[in-house]
Ligand binder design. Structure first.
Ligand code: IPM
Ligand code: MG
Length: 355
């Protein structure tokens, strides 16, 4: 039987609760006759590891992940360690080390979810945000001089390369073409940012030539926020820079009902390295360790993981189980206005997979 090797990295905060829940659900799926099995390896990297060893993950950590088929990630962030240390020491180290340059963030209003856009039906909000995940505002280029002095200077340079922009545009056009509406919105800010974003726009025009069957338009990022609220049905697939897409995807998740539901995949489309799947919610220190976290964002990320492995049927089966659980309000966690615990939602999804 086909065996997939999955690395589990719970990381910090509620990651330690939702990643084991994801593992449980994936196990239930393979036990229910999916026709393949999983071999999980868990890695204790993150804030606790940092306290013991002074680093978020070992220097040769990527070597341990390399042979894996995929990575299921929780979150990086610790109340006692600066955010840039936890982020760069773990998640970005993996994303950049494995050149997972496409970050894919689907958004839908799942059955039973009380989304705040009252004039919008679930059929009118079905988006995928493609986030450039390897450069731009997160390239790490910059520095600080005269630290602590009145003349202190600090810069973060948004680096855009032609190769980097071309590959994410091509990925986004390809993804848009696979979706029923074949429609892409290129998010930009070339009115104010006169160099990198102008090149971004030019490359969009150039790459669009390879996809005559995809209908596309351009939208400024600020106007895009208003359009997401006022005309959600006018959007389908979106492509945006690292920071723009980070912000837009939180808005998207909130408009679809909760940040706790939203999934993401950090993908190396060329499959040179394992891709990494995670909920977008982060560590949520306020509820960590209490068993209250919504595991749906992790489960939906597992659907993306299965799709990436080519297990379309198992992915669809897990998605149906998730949707039948969200449809039941008694299984809603606190972020959705309910009282259900992480464990109850996990059990309910497993039960539906068995039947
Ligand atoms: C996300 C998150 C992260 C990001 C944070 C935790 C640094 O917000 O995945 O959207 O900005 O990349
Ligand atoms: Mg974010």
């Amino acid at each position: 039987m086909k065996t997939y090797r999955i690395a589990c990295i719970p990381g910090d905060g509620i990651g330690k609760e939702v990643v084991p829940a994801g593992e449980t659900v994936l196990r239930a799926l393979s036990d229910a006759g999916a026709g393949f099995r999983f071999e999980f390896s868990s890695f204790d990297w993150g804030g606790d590891y940092y306290r013991l060893h002074g680093v978020m993950m070992p220097d040769d950590g990527l070597d341990a992940l390399r042979p894996m088929d995929a990575i299921l990630f929780g979150s990086a962030g610790d109340p006692d360690i600066p955010d840039h240390v936890t982020l760069w020491g773990l998640r970005l180290k993996i994303c950049q080390g494995f050149d997972q340059y496409a970050n894919v963030r689907p958004t839908r209003i799942l059955p039973g979810i009380d989304a705040p856009l009252k004039r919008c039906t679930p059929a009118q909000l079905d988006w995928v945000i493609v986030r450039e995940n390897s450069e731009g505002e997160y390239s790490g280029v910059g520095g600080r001089v005269h630290q602590g002095h009145p003349i202190e200077v600090a810069t973060d340079v948004s680096m855009m390369t032609r190769a980097g922009v071309e590959r994410i545009m091509r990925f986004a056009f390809r993804l848009a073409r696979e979706r029923p509406r074949k429609q892409l919105t290129v998010v930009t800010k070339s009115n104010a940012q006169r160099h990198a974003m102008v090149m971004w726009d030019e490359i969009a025009v150039q790459v669009s030539g390879e996809f005559p069957d995809v209908k596309w338009d351009k939208e400024l990022v600020d106007a895009c926020t208003a359009r997401m609220v006022n005309r959600p049905a006018s959007l389908d697939t979106l492509v945006a820079t690292n920071l723009h897409a980070d912000i837009l995807s939180d808005l998207a998740a909130a408009l679809a009902g909760s940040l706790g539901i939203a999934p993401t995949g950090n993908i190396d489309p060329e499959r040179r390295y394992p891709s990494m799947f995670e909920p977008i919610h982060g560590s949520a220190f306020d509820i960590m360790g209490k068993g209250l976290a919504n595991p749906v964002g992790t489960f939906w990320s597992c659907v993306m993981l299965l799709d990436h492995l080519g297990e379309r049927e198992a992915a669809a089966r897990l998605m149906r189980a998730i949707e039948s659980v969200t449809a039941d309000a008694s299984l809603h966690t606190r972020d959705l206005g309910g009282t259900a615990a992480t464990a109850a939602v996990t059990e309910a999804v497993c039960r539906r997979l068995q039947s």
